[in-house]
Design a protein around this ligand. Structure first.
Ligand code: CA
Length: 226
């Protein structure tokens, strides 16, 4: 039973979400402010955090930033209409998704399940050592990429870039994030390098089921047709 921590200062929302998620089979714990939330992440070890942006003590931005310093725990932000969601998801904060208030509980559950699935997939796939995304298979140990069974020769950075995107299908990475993950934090090049390698990957991979999509003004994500 996945455990969800909701960090939210509005009692009616906490109550409503808790009831609904429990009915859906989740274990739910709640914190009323950012400081309590950070403590509960450590003590309760939730599988996913629902994080309100506007919180007393420490706001959602700060809580998210601190969580991301040392953990990949899935985070869904609860936002108000009009919040700058581009900055929330993937970009500066590194949250996995967001749901705008007022939200439909069914939509919230769908988002939670999708984020949990995404968070768990890489672990299971890594055990087998092969990431299977439609007709694209990545053998991590051998650093081999196959499309429809055919080996596609890739350069080192192309492979690393594809591997990074493929670990989290659907998640948007900024060019800066890709640059630091693939080329390293102290790499002196600019984000244009990322664009060039993405273009090469698109050209080299004859896959019909996997697409590297440009998210305008943000970065890139890898999508798999199902
Ligand atoms: Ca609030």
């Amino acid at each position: 039973m996945p455990k969800i921590l909701i960090i939210e200062d509005e009692p009616s929302i906490v109550e409503f979400v808790t009831l609904y998620l429990r009915k859906e089979g989740f274990d739910v714990v709640a914190a009323r402010d950012g400081v309590e939330g950070l403590i509960m992440v450590k003590n309760q070890r939730p599988d996913l955090v629902l994080l309100d942006l506007m919180l007393p003590e420490l706001d959602g931005w700060e809580v998210c930033k601190r969580l991301r310093e040392d953990s990949d725990i899935p985070i869904i932000m609860l936002t108000a209409r009009g919040d700058d969601v581009d900055k929330i998801v993937g970009l500066e904060l590194g949250a996995d998704d967001y749901v705008a208030k007022p939200f439909n509980p069914r939509e919230l559950v769908a988002r939670i399940k999708a984020v949990l699935r995404r968070a768990q997939t890489p672990v299971g796939q890594h055990l087998k050592g092969i990431l299977r995304l439609g007709d694209l298979h990545i053998d991590i140990a051998r650093r081999e990429v196959r499309v429809q069974g055919q080996i596609i020769p890739l350069r080192t950075k192309e492979f690393d870039l594809l591997h990074t995107l493929a670990q989290y299908p659907g998640m948007v990475f900024t060019r800066e994030q890709l640059l630091s993950r693939v080329w390293g934090y102290d790499y002196a090049g600019n984000t244009r390098t990322v664009d060039v390698h993405i273009a090469q990957l698109r050209q080299k991979l004859p896959t019909t089921q996997v697409h590297i999509e440009t998210v305008w003004g943000v970065g890139y994500k890898l999508m798999v047709d199902t």
